[in-house]
Write a protein that binds this ligand. Structure first.
Ligand code: MG
Length: 94
């Protein structure tokens, strides 16, 4: 098993554009949606599972790092979207 060194002092600025692009792609594909937090969590969990599968494929079979990163971007986009939804809801609640 490979060990990956952590990124020190990373604010992930290089990753954010990929997350924003993925958010746009998801909205284009699925449109704007209204769901309960548990439903959103189900979609996020599905993406986490796909990430685990892609990482497993990369580490032990013929998968690629690009495919694993793509799945992680999908997780980040959905998790970030959930954060935005919850923050918006809090603002609207006052
Ligand atoms: Mg996925």
């Amino acid at each position: 098993m490979n060990i990956y060194r952590d990124v020190l002092n990373c604010r992930c600025e290089e990753e954010f554009p990929f997350v924003a692009e993925e958010h746009d792609r998801q909205v284009e594909k699925w449109g704007y949606q209204n769901h309960s937090l548990f439903e959103w969590m189900t979609y996020l969990t599905e993406e986490v599972g796909e990430s685990a599968q892609a990482i497993s494929e990369y580490e032990y079979r013929e998968g690629t790092a690009e495919d694993a990163i793509k799945e992680l971007v999908q997780v980040a986009a959905l998790a970030t979207r959930m954060m935005a939804i919850m923050r918006q809801n809090r603002k609207e609640q006052g």
